[in-house]
Design a protein around this ligand. Structure first.
Ligand SMILES: Nc1ncnc2c1ncn2[C@@H]1O[C@H](COP(=O)(O)OS(=O)(=O)O)[C@@H](OP(=O)(O)O)[C@H]1O
Ligand SMILES: [Mg+2]
Ligand SMILES: [Mg+2]
Ligand SMILES: [Mg+2]
Length: 394
């Protein structure tokens, strides 16, 4: 927040944190004009450009690390966390790398990171070999980027970087939010996955980056045919109020992207989780049918769905986890700003906006739905009716 106090005609500007502007005790019209100009320039200095550049660099390097591991995937790389979900050397390596790069690129900012993984299993005797592999991977990846003249990281540095991700987030101050590999199951299958990084400021997502190493640069929408020669590797990025852009992970010039503008459900295809355990496919089908969607669902892993939606490959994303599942903020923060800055809307099943200010979890009603502004009212109606039918048939 920026507070401007113009009591003596000379505007005094105080920075708090988000770029809201309050003008108090205006001395004259001229003073007020000066104040507004000053506020505008202070707003642009709060434009998160440095943070966005750091986030793009961190996510791109992490994508490089993940691509290397996916090529060499060995069964022994896969560990199981206590909740039985898979985690690989690439999940840990990506988290260590992003944490290290952000801290190094933004030395003047206090650093808080809410991230999926922790180093618990790597600190055990049984995790030592894996830790050595991760440390080597992180060092090898940093060495591919000429701008880091850092001494080789020790295993302890890697553990510390991973554990920076223990922040609880919340509604005050700035917090980075990271899913080092979203869609680990897709990653293991050789399919889609994403490195998803966002920044919260006073509880709002202000920037997001999605690196999708296996996503074709061309549309994956319903009618498009893919050939094995399609170029893959997309980097989506969005900043609050500045739109969403996509470039290739190899570094082409960014292009501005926009969600589908279709108002006709018959033309709209919809995305959902690849894994049936992560989202109720039957419920999505019933909603899509009610809405009049003709195309079959496009099932892909990870927040690559939000990226693909942001460039209009499909028009709807439906996500209805099984009862009792609690969504984590790192599974949606980056995707949410990528799609909303591209003109889309993301809400829970009752139409409430997603609230990232409540800590590591998203508290929401039933599921997550995403589409464009025009289709949202009829989608919400179809969701409500399908949920009512599902409840009454129990
Ligand atoms: N039971 C259940 N229900 C709903 N969601 C779950 C569930 N279990 C896991 N997860 C989270 O889903 C993340 C993967 O995202 P998607 O469902 O979009 O992709 S996928 O189709 O499952 O691959 C996945 O993210 P990663 O762990 O980062 O891969 C999980 O956070
Ligand atoms: Mg996981
Ligand atoms: Mg995830
Ligand atoms: Mg993950």
């Amino acid at each position: 927040m920026v507070t401007i106090n113009c009591s003596r005609g000379v505007p005094k500007i105080t920075y708090l944190s988000t770029p809201k502007i309050t003008i108090t005790n205006l001395f004259s019209k001229r003073a007020s004009l000066v104040a507004i100009v000053a506020a505008a320039s202070s707003f642009s200095s709060m434009s998160y450009d440095t943070e966005l550049a750091a986030a793009k660099k961190a996510a791109s390097l992490a994508a490089r690390l993940c691509q290397k591991v996916q090529k060499e995937l060995l069964q022994s790389d896969v560990q199981s966390k206590s909740d039985k979900s898979p985690v690989t050397v690439a999940d840990y390596g990506s988290q260590a790398l992003v944490s290290f790069v952000l801290e190094r690129e933004l030395p003047s900012e206090s650093f808080s990171l809410v991230a999926e993984e922790d180093s618990g299993d790597l600190r055990k005797e049984s995790g030592q070999e894996t830790l050595q592999r991760i440390t080597k991977l992180v060092n090898d990846t940093l060495a591919t980027d000429g701008s880091f003249s850092v001494p080789t990281l020790a295993a302890e540095d890697v553990l510390r970087a991973i554990d920076c991700g223990k922040s609880e987030g919340g509604s005050h101050g700035r917090h980075w939010v990271l899913d080092p590999i979203d869609g680990t199951k897709g990653f293991l299958r050789g399919d889609q996955y994403a490195i998803a990084l966002a920044l919260l400021d006073e509880g709002k997502v202000v920037l997001g980056v999605l690196a999708c190493p296996n996503l074709p640069l061309a549309s994956i929408g319903g009618d498009s045919r893919h050939s094995s020669h399609d170029e893959v590797g997309c980097l989506f990025f969005a900043k609050v109020g500045a739109g969403t852009y996509m470039q290739s992970l190899d570094g082409s010039s960014p292009i501005k992207v926009h969600v589908s503008t279709t108002e006709n459900p018959e033309e709209a295809s919809f995305f959902e989780s690849f894994e049936a355990a992560h989202s109720l496919h039957d419920l999505s089908s019933s909603i899509a049918k009610k809405l009049g969607v003709k195309a079959p669902p496009v099932r892909i892993d990870s927040q690559a769905k939000y990226g693909a939606l942001s460039r209009g490959d499909g028009a709807i994303y439906l996500r209805f986890p099984h009862k009792g599942y609690r969504e984590k903020i790192w599974d949606h923060a980056a995707g949410c700003i990528v799609v909303t800055e591209a003109g889309g809307v993301a809400t829970d099943a009752a139409g409430n906006p997603l609230d990232f200010s409540k800590g590591r979890y998203l508290d929401l009603d039933t599921g997550i739905i995403v589409t464009n502004q025009k289709l949202m009212p009829s989608l919400l109606k179809a969701v409500r009716e399908s949920l009512e039918e599902a409840t009454s048939s129990l």
